[in-house]
Design a protein around this ligand. Structure first.
Ligand code: SAM
Ligand code: SF4
Ligand code: SF4
Length: 381
């Protein structure tokens, strides 16, 4: 039995004012933070709303019809504002943009934003790697438009194949079949490198691990198992509900032999495992799975990500409780040099390593819910 304390909290402390150090101004394409980590990824949240109520992210008890903290439209960054910022990030070395939320496909005409972002180039003239994470509910309707606008890849969240389990987890009675159809639509539209993210909660959907692996093995879709994280302050997280990735791999190995694969990129969050063929070697036709062990195997050491919230606050860590107010800078008429200087100074001052520090705490303290922390649906996963 899990003791659960779910606080009702106003979630957003006042933002920090970005530092404007002239010394940091000129973008060089390579930026190092205070721990020597380079900047590579930017996650952009385009809405704080969602049509699902996954208990680990937007529990219904909090995000109900009386929830008052959704952002009004005027607070959201416009597509032009997002693109202007993204251009400065690219000059500072960002190579990958991921749109997220909330549910990003709920943002009206999000394909127009993708079309703008697809025009951006790195300092050496390359397009940015453009991807999006979605619950898949609107993909059948949107996949082709997203691809046509210039989206390269897509990650779809799906927590099980059993319809009863999945409907309970999304808590809005949404059927598995429609998400699978969304994945099919993404493939038909020509989106490549499709990934499926499954958050594993002990006691909730661990019986879905093998069915999911069997279903996606050999289809070209990469399934990734994500440890249930202590993000936000409303999901009543506790360590007892985390199923360590090592147990996921051990479970899979009993039926589906796996061999470890090396990371495909520095700072990659997933540990990769390839399905082995009859010769015991990785068989590319069978594909691979990944595990994201944010709780049991912290990867702060090469965390190369920034997160831009829906209202233009920049977060240097998923577990930060304050962001830097880039929207104010934009709306005060800052020039590109000032935006670049602010981004540089924020990254150069960054020393976050929350998960590493949490993993050094005794279990009783690691499970204590903080009084204030930004929600995943606001900051973007
Ligand atoms: N709504 C979209 C979706 O679900 O794919 C995008 C936003 S969602 C916040 C991004 C990712 O974060 C999803 O894959 C979701 O499963 C994951 N996520 C949310 N809360 C989480 C938690 N407490 N622990 C681990 N992953 C979580
Ligand atoms: Fe919505 Fe995604 Fe959060 Fe589920 S995980 S509630 S789909 S934002
Ligand atoms: Fe990066 Fe923060 Fe997660 Fe560590 S805890 S990997 S610094 S986002």
């Amino acid at each position: 039995m899990v003791d659960r304390v779910i606080p009702v909290l106003p979630q957003r402390p006042a933002p920090l004012q970005p530092p404007l150090s002239a010394a940091a101004a000129a973008p060089s394409g390579v930026l190092r933070d205070a721990l020597g980590r380079s900047l590579h990824d930017l996650r952009i949240s385009v809405t704080d709303r969602c049509n699902f109520r996954c208990a680990y992210c937007m529990p219904k008890e909090i995000f109900d019809k009386d929830y008052q903290y959704y952002l009004p439209h005027a607070s959201l960054l416009s597509f032009e504002e997002i693109t202007r910022l993204a251009r400065q990030f690219a000059l500072h070395g960002v190579r990958k943009l991921r749109l997220t939320g909330g549910e990003p496909l709920l943002r009206k005409n999000v394909e127009a934003l993708i079309a703008q972002l697809a025009q951006l180039r790195t300092p050496d003239g390359q397009p940015l790697d453009l991807t999006l994470t979605t619950n898949g509910s609107l993909l059948r309707r949107k996949a082709q438009a997203l691809k046509d606008a210039g989206l390269h890849r897509v990650t779809i969240s799906l927590d099980g194949l059993d319809d009863t389990v999945f409907r309970r987890m999304n808590d809005v009675d949404f059927p598995v079949a429609d998400v699978l159809d969304g994945i099919a639509a993404a493939r038909e539209a020509g989106l490549s490198h499709i990934k499926v993210n499954m958050v594993v909660k002990r006691g909730t959907n661990e019986d879905q691990i093998l069915p999911m692996a069997r279903h996606f093995r050999g289809t070209g879709v990469t399934l990734r198992f994500i440890e249930y994280m202590d993000v936000g302050a409303t999901n009543g997280w506790c360590m007892d509900e985390v199923l360590p990735s090592a147990e996921v791999i051990a479970l899979l190995q009993r039926e589906l032999p796996l061999v470890p694969l090396s990371a495909s990129a520095p700072g990659e969050t997933a540990q990769r495992w390839g399905y082995a063929g009859s010769d015991g070697q990785h068989d590319p036709a069978l594909g691979e799975v990944g595990v994201i062990s944010s709780v049991t195997h912290a990867f702060c050491g090469d965390c190369n990500r920034l997160r831009l919230s829906t209202e233009g606050q920049l977060y240097t860590c998923l577990f930060a409780n304050q962001g830097w107010d880039l929207r104010q800078l934009l709306r005060d008429g800052a020039g590109d040099e000032q935006l670049a200087a602010a981004i540089a100074a924020i990254w150069q001052g960054r020393s976050d390593r929350y998960s590493e520090l949490r993993s050094q705490l005794p279990p009783s303290l690691a499970s204590a819910t903080p009084q204030r922390r930004i929600e995943m649906s606001y900051i973007g996963g």
